[in-house]
Design a protein around this ligand. Structure first.
Ligand code: ZN
Length: 744
């Protein structure tokens, strides 16, 4: 009795300690290593920003530092010889190219220390990554005297930033001669101090790289106070909170923005912007959108339960002013942007800790400025929208949710985007699909037709005759009720015992009245990962990947698939707890791959070999049935005839995952294949013959490279083959018909 009481008390104490830990308040602020006070003046005619900057930097290490590094990202657009331009073919974002007539650069005009001493002669371009002497995107400043530990260093910098015609995130668009037509996106526009890291031994090390085609950005947290002067009539949006605005005698307006605990500052200006403000709180958003609100409240309750809390203890956020800067003809899209942003604030806030800032600015660039779209900056994101995009084409929602997600994986968890892009892009890709699923359903309008990828091409985008017929006679509802392969990943291939008859019917080309094809996002990620044929390890520095395809596959879909699989292995509850623990522990810090792996393995030590294989290698996972057979072993007798089933299963590749062996509804065995034992024969004695075998669990379907060997029937079955044949006929017919324009 006594012992039981003590045990119970110990157990209770352990649970209480765990609860106290998850309830611990999130870090309130960053280490604030840098402080920028910048006066910026935009000259629309020259496409230039003249800046005066007071920079205060603190040596946060325990050793003296005798040099500091400055990122001069805009110099990537100076000429064709920059490392950024040499690594690409000149192509930019959204189908744009660099315009040689309108290059970009940043020039430091004056550089002085606190004692007003000229430091410019001590500044030089350096190229630690590739030795390209023509590259001017990183500069080193030899300090006149070492900066002592924990002491601050003040610099006064005057600079000129010429923005390029936008083709890679930053720049301007419009008619260069007409200031009323211009759109400016000022990103990576000022000289920015690189991040000083402290290695294990306490040795400081500058984490400074040149600007590469495949890399994004990395800097330390700090405070920004930026006043922006533009012509009167321009609408300005920026990182942080506007603290005041004043008209000047020369026909300009100066607006000041302030933000603490961020690691970058971006702004935008255009006379053509319309502005709309929304006020977000979790409760008001849920009340105003009842259907979505109900789902979010249910999710909040579930998330709280996963973390061992009451629903009232999970706070997704305080009050956030969401300001959308949009184009005049996009007014009807405002509601959709707001729904996507509001759902994102709620979901990310409950999963990873509340959004700590008071503002979120969403920039909708004009058609000519799409190359600035789809990008994240602290408290400011850029999206792209198309006034004619039909509601089912959810690209607008997707880009809003994705870029908002970076407020967490990039913003609050400031990983090194030069070196470990999977920690921001991969985590955001995985989570944006989850938000999308909660808010808008699991599927996105796809531009994939079976095995064919057709980017920016939707055969049925225009309302087709078939589409109208579909809605007219209610055929649509009937068709929606049919099972579809892309709705259930594990039925992507017809297997015996599923619904071969319905599969067959569904795939008859004549029955296809679909206006568009939708697939769940995990299957999109699966396609991206498996189609890439990547041979690189998942975590490399951005410019070390064999090519851009490998960079992208390893930054977006592969890590996303890794997280789906991890959630499958751990179960949603443990997974949610683990992800929250990671986000909480590393908020306002610079987590690395090792930091994430440590948290994941601490929550579930069985995930270690899987995580290591995914991170360190390009190995794929494939579970395969090599044999499924049966023989009668006992005739008659008391229990009737007995059958021996023989099932041989193989794990292909070094990625180790549990493989379930199922026959009908019965789980026969879960095989934890490890190391060199890649094949095993299983024998079961049952009262009847074996019909078919199928491998699971269902979440394996997102990562398993070949689903066609995951199911096998003992007797030959012609229906799956007929179903496949019908499906291929359909694909080929659709492609041919669409290209010929017959469908319209
Ligand atoms: Zn992203």
């Amino acid at each position: 009795m006594r012992r039981t009481t003590i045990l119970a008390l110990l157990l209770f104490a352990a649970i209480a300690a765990e609860r106290a830990r998850v309830r611990a308040d999130l870090p309130e602020r960053s280490d604030r290593v840098v402080s920028y006070t910048i006066k910026a003046r935009l000259d629309p005619a020259l496409k230039e920003i003249r800046g005066e900057m007071d920079l205060v930097w603190r040596n946060a290490s325990s050793k003296p530092v005798d040099e500091i590094y400055l990122h001069l990202y805009l110099n990537a657009f100076r000429d064709k010889d920059s490392t950024f331009m040499r690594e690409g073919t000149g192509e930019g974002r959204a189908g744009s190219r660099r315009d040689e007539e309108y290059p970009g650069f940043v020039r430091i005009d004056r550089l002085r220390g606190a004692d007003d001493k000229d430091l410019l002669p001590a500044l030089s371009f350096v190229q630690p990554d590739d030795g390209n002497e023509k590259d001017g995107t990183l500069a080193r400043l030899k300090l006149p005297a070492p900066a002592p530990p924990q002491e601050t260093l003040s610099l006064k910098v005057e600079f000129t930033s010429r923005l390029p015609r936008v083709f890679a995130r930053t720049g301007w668009s419009g008619d260069p001669e007409d200031p009323d037509s211009l759109f400016f996106m000022a990103a990576q526009w000022f000289p920015k101090v690189a991040a000083l890291r402290v290695d294990g031994e306490g040795e400081p090390r500058w984490d400074a790289h040149q600007f590469h085609r495949n890399t994004e950005f990395f800097a330390d947290y700090g405070t920004y106070l930026v006043s922006i002067t533009v012509p009167d009539g321009y609408v300005v949006g920026a990182t942080g909170k506007g603290t005041g605005s004043a008209k000047n005698a020369d026909g300009t307006v100066t607006t000041t923005f302030q933000q603490e605990d961020v690691h970058d500052f971006a702004w935008t200006a255009s006379p053509r912007f319309r502005a709309k403000e929304f006020t977000w709180t979790f409760d008001s958003f849920c009340d105003d959108s009842p259907k979505l609100g109900l789902k979010l409240r249910e999710l909040l309750a579930r998330t709280a339960q996963h973390r061992g809390l009451e629903a009232s203890q999970v706070k997704p956020g305080n009050t956030v002013t969401v300001r959308v800067l949009y184009q005049e003809d996009h007014e009807e899209l405002l509601g959709r942007i707001w729904q996507a942003a509001g759902a994102s604030l709620a979901c990310y806030g409950m999963w990873f800790g509340r959004y700590p800032y008071e503002t979120l600015t969403i920039v909708d660039p004009p058609a000519g400025g799409r190359a600035a779209g789809g990008m994240e900056y602290p408290t400011l994101i850029t999206i792209f929208s198309d006034a004619h995009a039909p509601p089912y084409a959810t690209g607008l929602e997707s880009v809003t949710i994705h870029e908002f997600g970076h407020q967490f994986f990039y913003g609050l968890l400031g990983s090194n985007e030069f070196e470990e892009s999977w920690l921001d892009e991969g985590f955001t890709s995985f989570t944006d699909a989850r938000v999308h699923e909660v808010a808008f359903g699991p599927e996105t309008a796809a531009t994939r037709y079976g095995p064919f990828h057709t980017p920016r091409f939707r055969p049925f985008e225009a309302p087709s005759v078939c589409g109208r017929l579909r809605s007219l006679f209610g055929v649509g509802k009937l068709l929606d009720a049919l099972p579809r392969p892309w709705k259930r990943p594990d039925s992507l291939l017809p297997v015996p015992g599923a619904a071969p008859f319905w599969d067959y019917l569904r795939d008859m080309p004549a029955l296809h009245f679909d206006a568009h094809v939708r697939i769940p996002q995990p299957m999109g990620d699966r396609g991206g990962y498996l189609r890439s044929g990547t041979r690189d390890a998942m975590v490399l520095k951005g410019w070390e990947f064999a090519d851009r395809t490998d960079y992208r596959a390893n930054s977006y879909p592969k890590p996303s698939i890794l997280l789906y699989t991890l959630r499958g292995m751990m179960g949603e509850e443990a997974f949610d707890r683990m992800m929250y623990a990671y986000a909480e522990k590393h908020r306002f810090k610079h987590p690395t791959t090792e930091d994430f792996l440590a948290v994941a393995k601490a929550h579930d030590d069985k995930t270690g070999s899987f995580l290591d294989a995914m991170v360190e290698t390009a190995e794929r996972f494939d579970a395969a049935i090599l044999e499924a057979s049966h023989r009668k072993v006992e005739e008659g007798g008391a229990g009737g005839p007995k059958w021996e089933w023989t099932i041989r299963v193989q794990r292909r590749g070094a990625v180790e995952l549990p493989i379930e062996i199922r026959a009908g509804d019965e789980l026969l065995e879960t095989w934890h294949s490890r190391g060199r034992e890649t094949t095993r024969t299983f024998r079961f004695v049952r009262e009847g013959p074996l019909d078919a075998v199928r491998l699971g669990p269902s979440w394996l379907a997102t990562i398993d490279a070949d689903l066609s060997n995951n199911a096998r029937s003992v007797e030959a079955d012609g229906l799956p083959a007929a179903t496949l044949a019908a499906r291929w006929t359909f694909y080929v017919e659709e492609i041919v018909r669409s290209h010929a324009g017959v469908a319209r």
